[in-house]
Design a protein around this ligand. Structure first.
Ligand code: UDP
Length: 231
């Protein structure tokens, strides 16, 4: 198992190179830029604020709204601009993954907006988007129980591997993106696409959890870098 080398030269438990920067946009309340392998993702956060879409506000709690969007030039075949089924699904699961970390009950009748712009995509954008969004939420000064982090594992060439590239996502047998709150290990996103035995599934979850903990360190480093130099 540990001898297995992937098409891009990675070991089974190796992440792609990752770069995270906090606070990259002047006009947003919070922002982050993330590179995760070939993924390039920019996130802007606004709020908590009043919204002009009054029907979305709730009297007893705040609301988080996420918009995941892929630029037309972010993938090999031009992506048709505007929302589609996939982006609506990812927007929803992103809000669901981040919500448990937010203390929304403290912000009745307000809205937190999270805009995730995928500038280049190379597999694993939903996890990368959640990871970047969480850094941007911290950058916006929004109190959170934890910094949510995402990472996928899957099955390629009958091996359970960490962090699928686009090629592995397309050619592989299974993809399991997860997001967690690293302090407690609580899972806030779990999706599963493909065929795995029970044992492989457990192995993939363990591997994705380990991946999340490694990425979590990089989120904290990015925030420390931004806030320790500004003092
Ligand atoms: N992709 C693409 N065109 C699209 C949507 C996705 O080429 O319209 C690519 C992109 O690289 C993406 C990958 O397929 O990262 C896997 O997409 P999936 O739906 O599995 O979501 P992701 O792995 O990005 O969370």
């Amino acid at each position: 198992m540990s001898e297995f080398i992937r098409k891009d030269g990675r070991k089974y438990d190796e992440l792609r190179p990752i770069k995270i920067e906090a606070g990259v946009l002047e006009r947003a309340d919070g922002s982050a830029y993330l590179e995760f392998g070939g993924n390039k993702i920019l996130v802007a956060v606004y709020g908590p604020r009043e919204s002009y879409i009054r029907r979305l506000l709730k009297p007893n709690t705040g609301v988080i709204r996420c918009r995941y969007n892929m630029a037309p030039f972010s993938v090999d075949d031009r992506k048709r601009p505007g929302p589609d089924r996939r982006s609506s699904e990812i927007s929803k699961i992103t809000a669901d993954a981040l919500r448990p970390a937010l203390m929304l009950e403290n912000y009745p009748r307000s809205m937190i907006d999270v805009y995730i712009e995928v500038i280049e995509a190379e597999g694993g954008t939903r996890c990368a988007g959640i990871t970047a969004a969480s850094v941007a939420l911290v950058d916006a000064g929004i109190p959170m129980k934890d910094i949510v982090v995402g990472c996928a594992a899957g099955k390629v060439d009958d091996e359970v591997v960490l962090d699928l590239s686009e090629y592995e996502d397309k050619e592989g047998q299974a993809d399991i993106p997860i997001a967690i709150m690293p302090r407690t290990g609580e899972i806030t996103l779990l999706q599963s696409d493909g065929d795995l035995t029970e044992e492989e599934f457990q192995k993939a979850i363990d591997l994705a959890m380990e991946g999340c903990l490694k990425v979590s360190e990089l989120q904290k480093e990015a925030l420390m870098k931004k806030y320790s130099t500004e003092q």
